[in-house]
Ligand binder design. Structure first.
Ligand code: IVH
Length: 595
């Protein structure tokens, strides 16, 4: 039983972490499929062990934590999520289930829609005027983004009078829809973002979300956001709304609200399957990214009868597309040295577009994986990528192997500094033994130090660090804080404006939590969570530096290996000097304990 409890806790922890990344950081480290699979596993366990269900389990509440910057809006009608399916047999079971629950064994009319990859919003119109726009937030409380939404061209400020049907606009109309960025605008936005020295958005959903949640509406106004309405959540008007969801959407269209022209009303689940295949075929030619279709029971009377769970309605599902797989050729395999000296084989590919991203290289993790794949340079390989997920090689297409392929030679010395390589884990992991005297490790350590989750020096990307190290302007972290305009102007493509912005970002990074500072040091095995815990326990960097092995080993949440790593990290004179330099009052770093 203890084992099950632990397993459930672990699943919840993972899901909460991903939700935090998704809703707060506008980032994601797993595919939707992976997220859905873990959520389904949790659902399954909670079904068998219902007494272990807790109120804050991700199965009971929709993910999402709120940022404090926006005024909060209570959603009178909760903004729910959708249950996802990925296989056609799951769609058939959905159809069977609803028929049983409705006690109607006739063919069911479904409204099929695109599942646009953007941000959900709720728009409230009173007497035809847009009075409030809110994000989903946690489903019950969202953020007031009215001013920002007002800048979106496709969102009408006033509803149009519908001459065909209703002669009057409704007293109250609340609609739900998706704010998104088209594929083309996303590429253009990222070009500008990079040109201005900022980090590009990893996908169009993050770009839409980041643009919508700008504190300054003038910035949102400059972003190419679009909107489609996909449902009516509340209505009060002279005439009753039609029972058909599809007809309701047509009414919205007549009121001037944009709806997608790929919405289709079909009879029966076979037609839904046909719609899915059609959309899958035309997906690449759509102007915006979608990750599947949404299938809704068309009758609102039936929708009400089926009702909703706490997380998702019982009358709709999202039928997601599988991860995209494409073939391409491996041009070369090089061995890349990472921050901790681990040497990873990287396959350089003939560039290929998968899920709207150009893939030029993939990591092969370790040499055992190269052996397992039986990969040779010049091979054709099948690459899989879905959504935000890191692409991977699935297999070598042996039927396409020519006699021009070349064997991959595993290195015996570090490809960057020439030091001896040590092997670990039954020879599968190669590691350069030179530590920070290896240029690759030094650059990677500096990248880690300045990265978003660490010191968060905004705009300090790997290309800049590369140049700073090559030009001997930076070799240890403290050197970042001794940069000045003159030094930065030596860098390629740097003007005064860019230099000023970067110096400002460096200055800004000095007010930092102790947890982030500890994480930034790059101690092996000390990720964000362990760094947070260390900050809570030791409270000052001095206490942590002087902690003895016994005290570190006694900590509940770290194992003996990490405890040992931490202890020895602070016994290394180079590391101690780095820390001393960084916390010297002349630098001005202020560490706070709050995490
Ligand atoms: S209906 C109660 N329809 O998907 C029904 N959602 O996983 C709730 N989405 O946050 C949603 N396209 O933002 C619906 N045609 C569509 C959609 C759609 C995209 C998003 C929506 C929601 C998420 C649910």
């Amino acid at each position: 039983m203890k084992f099950i409890e632990k397993k459930i806790q672990n699943l919840r922890k993972k899901l909460h972490h991903w939700e935090y990344l998704y809703y707060i950081k506008n980032a994601s480290e797993v595919s939707d499929e992976k997220y859905d699979a873990i959520l389904a596993e949790l659902h399954q366990l909670e079904k068998i062990y219902p007494h272990l269900i807790t109120e804050n389990s991700p199965t009971q509440c929709i993910g999402g934590v709120l940022q404090d910057n926006f005024k909060k809006i209570n959603h009178k009608i909760p903004m729910l999520s959708l249950n996802s399916i990925i296989k056609s047999h799951q769609l058939l079971s959905f159809d069977r289930r609803v028929k049983i629950k409705l006690d109607d064994h006739h063919i069911i009319p479904y409204c099929c829609e695109l599942k646009i990859d953007g941000v959900a919003v709720s728009l409230l119109y009173k007497n035809g005027k847009l009075v409030c726009a809110a994000t989903r937030g946690d489903g019950k409380i969202g953020e007031d983004v009215t001013e920002n939404v007002r800048t979106i061209y496709s969102v009408p400020m006033y509803l149009k009078i519908d001459v065909n049907n209703h002669d009057k606009i409704p007293y109250l109309l609340e609609i739900r829809g998706e704010i998104f960025i088209s594929k083309l605008c996303f590429l253009q936005l990222n070009e500008i973002t990079v040109r201005e020295g900022n980090r590009p958005f990893s996908n169009s959903r993050n770009a839409a979300s980041g643009s919508l949640r700008q504190l300054d509406p003038a910035i949102t106004a400059k972003r190419p956001l679009s909107f489609y309405c996909y449902g009516v959540s509340d209505y009060f008007g002279k005439k009753e709304l039609p029972d058909s969801h599809w007809e309701r959407l047509q009414l919205c269209k007549n009121w001037g609200l944009p709806i997608s022209n790929h919405i289709s009303l079909v009879n029966g689940i076979d037609k839904v399957l046909a719609y899915y295949s059609y959309i899958e075929r035309i997906r690449a030619s759509l102007e915006f990214n979608i990750d599947g279709i949404v299938v809704k029971i068309n009758s609102c009377k039936y929708q009400n009868k089926l009702g909703c769970g706490s997380k998702a309605p019982n009358w709709a599902v999202s039928y997601k597309f599988p991860a995209e797989i494409r073939s391409t050729k491996v041009d070369n395999v090089i061995f890349q040295v990472g921050r901790t000296g681990i040497i990873t084989p990287i396959a350089y590919l003939e560039p290929i577009m998968i899920s709207d991203v150009i893939i030029r290289k993939v990591s092969i993790h370790n040499i055992n994986e190269v052996k397992r794949l039986g990969l040779m340079v010049g091979d054709t390989v099948r690459i899989q990528r879905s959504g935000d997920v890191i692409p991977k090689i699935l297999e070598v297409v042996l039927s396409k192997r020519t006699d021009r392929v070349k064997a991959i030679k595993f290195p015996h010395f570090c490809p960057i500094c020439g030091s001896l390589i040590a092997t670990q884990y039954r020879q599968s992991i190669l590691r350069c033994t030179a530590g920070l005297s290896c240029l690759a490790q030094r650059k990677a350590a500096l990248e880690h130090f300045s990265s978003r989750k660490a010191m968060n020096i905004y705009g300090m990307g790997n290309r800049i660090i590369d140049q700073l190290v090559n030009k001997n302007l930076v070799s240890t972290p403290v050197d970042f804080f001794n940069l000045n305009e003159n030094k930065l102007l030596c860098l390629e493509g740097f003007g005064a404006e860019h230099a000023k912005r970067l110096l400002w970002a460096i200055e800004n990074s000095k007010k930092i939590t102790l947890a982030r500072f500890i994480y930034a040091l790059g101690i092996r095995g000390v990720g964000e969570t362990v760094a947070n815990n260390l900050a809570v326990v030791y409270k000052t960097i001095e206490n942590l530096v002087t902690a003895d092995l016994r005290s570190l080993s006694d900590l509940k949440y770290i194992g003996p290996i990490v405890a040992n790593n931490i202890y020895h990290f602070f016994r290394n004179p180079d590391n101690l000097k780095n820390i001393q330099d960084l916390i010297d009052p002349s630098i001005g770093i202020q560490l706070s304990v709050i995490i």
